[in-house]
Ligand binder design. Structure first.
Ligand code: FAD
Length: 388
């Protein structure tokens, strides 16, 4: 399907990103997958190519490119010619804007150039052993001490957790108030900050996911993001973009799975004919082609709305919910069409299948997305049931 969302400048940009991914990233993916982590040099190279935090102002060394379509191109080419576990966009567009928008001038002057170059890799630390979907259950504490804040607690499942040099950490700053959270930038080397091992996962093998620990970590005022008691609302503000990024990743991942499956079923033969000649294969592919085109059209519309500052939390939730469900179904059908080969690690589709499974869980699970959408149409359980 021809996509009308992109203009000439995006197409030229895509050509250069594709060349970069093919030469600098793709040849290393297998080794990173085996190591269970990508090499930090991937970020340095992407930084040198001008692909990180493109939105940042020129005075910090950025390109001032806020148009999300450029990030969409980076996401699409990273997945097509690299790997979905290489979280360049988590660094650039999911975490970076917290610092770019809410950070003190001193923090921005110090960190932004390093974020743009890839010297400092970012992560966001919300989830805890007892608080995932329900971030109002966060137990990590932040206590004011003069101008500074002292952080205690732990986080889990944190992406870029091993490679990361700076983390946006959500901690309880107002005891007893469910939404009384603050956001603090904790940096590598701060006394009391440590990380656990690289967690072993079913998929996303190029992505490092870790626990983080905070023991009396002293965070200077310069590293406090926005109002230290309004972190919950600040998180909510950025979650729409996080979900849009997840949705873009999911639909691209599914598009790539479709393409490699099409190649496979044209090549592989059974009963004297290509697998693709069976009516079941043709109909499955037709169903997937339709689902992908419909979803991509909706996604592109969401991107344009986001560029116009009009992507609501519920529409972002619809995009994340729908794109990740389509991704899941497409992956399953594509493995099936590969037969036994689809279960073998040497075939890309086998790890795409396991990589995809997390999409419906992280960045807000499918169930939480449905909650957000249901509330937006007046079906708010708390309001409907009234006080107990
Ligand atoms: C690979 C990976 C990377 C991650 N990266 C990060 C990261 O960088 N930073 C970060 O902060 N977190 C990260 N996470 C954590 C992720 O965001 C959480 O796992 C996710 O939000 C779900 O929380 P949970 O695991 O505690 O599940 P739970 O909240 O315990 O949920 C368990 C199940 O119950 C369902 N459920 C929960 N509440 C409701 C409800 N109200 N109604 C209906 N069903 C409900 C959920 O949908 C789910 O199916 C990552 C997780 C993974 C697996």
């Amino acid at each position: 399907m021809q996509r009308l969302i992109f203009e000439e400048e995006h197409t030229m940009f895509r050509d250069s990103v594709r060349r970069f991914m093919q030469t600098e990233i793709e040849p290393h993916v297998e080794a990173w997958r085996e190591a269970g982590i990508c090499d930090k040099s991937a970020f340095l190279k992407a930084g040198k190519q001008g692909l990180l935090c493109m939105w940042a102002d020129e005075k910090y060394g950025g390109l001032g490119m806020t148009d999300f379509r450029f990030e969409q191109v980076v996401i699409e080419e990273t997945i097509r010619h690299g790997d979905i576990g290489l979280f360049l966009s988590l660094h650039s567009r999911l975490v970076g804007p917290y610092i770019g928008t809410l950070g003190s001038e001193a923090l921005k002057q110090r960190l932004l150039p390093r974020m743009i170059s890839g010297e400092t890799i970012l992560g966001v630390a919300m989830s805890e052993p007892s608080a995932g979907s329900d971030i109002s259950g966060i137990k990590s504490r932040a206590v004011r001490d003069g101008e500074d804040w002292i952080i205690n607690g732990s986080k889990t499942y944190i992406s870029n957790g091993i490679n990361g040099g700076a983390f946006v950490v959500a901690a309880r700053s107002v005891p007893g108030k469910p939404h009384g959270l603050g956001l603090f930038v904790v940096e590598e080397g701060m006394p009391g900050f440590s990380r656990g091992r690289n967690l072993s996962k079913m998929g996303l093998k190029t992505q490092d996911t870790a626990e983080l620990f905070f023991e009396n970590v002293r965070v200077p005022a310069e590293n406090v993001l926005g109002d230290p008691e309004k972190g919950f609302y600040q998180l909510m503000h950025f979650l729409a973009e996080e979900r849009l990024i997840s949705a873009c990743q999911a639909i691209t991942h599914a598009q790539v799975a479709f393409d490699i499956t099409l190649d496979y079923i044209l090549e592989r033969k059974a009963f004297g004919r290509p697998i693709g000649a069976f009516q079941n294969s043709r109909f499955k592919m037709a169903e997937m082609r339709t689902a992908l085109d419909v979803t991509q059209t909706f996604m592109d519309q969401c991107v344009l709305l986001h560029n116009a500052g009009q992507l609501s939390a519920e529409l972002a939730a619809e995009a994340k919910f729908h794109a990740t469900e389509v991704e899941s179904k497409v992956m399953d059908e594509c493995v099936q069409l590969h037969g036994g080969a689809g279960y073998m690690s040497e075939y890309r589709i086998s790890h795409m299948f396991t990589d995809a499974r997390v999409s419906r869980i992280y960045a807000g699970s499918t169930e939480i997305m449905k909650e957000i959408i249901a509330r937006s149409i007046g079906l708010d359980e708390r309001k409907l049931m009234g006080p107990h």
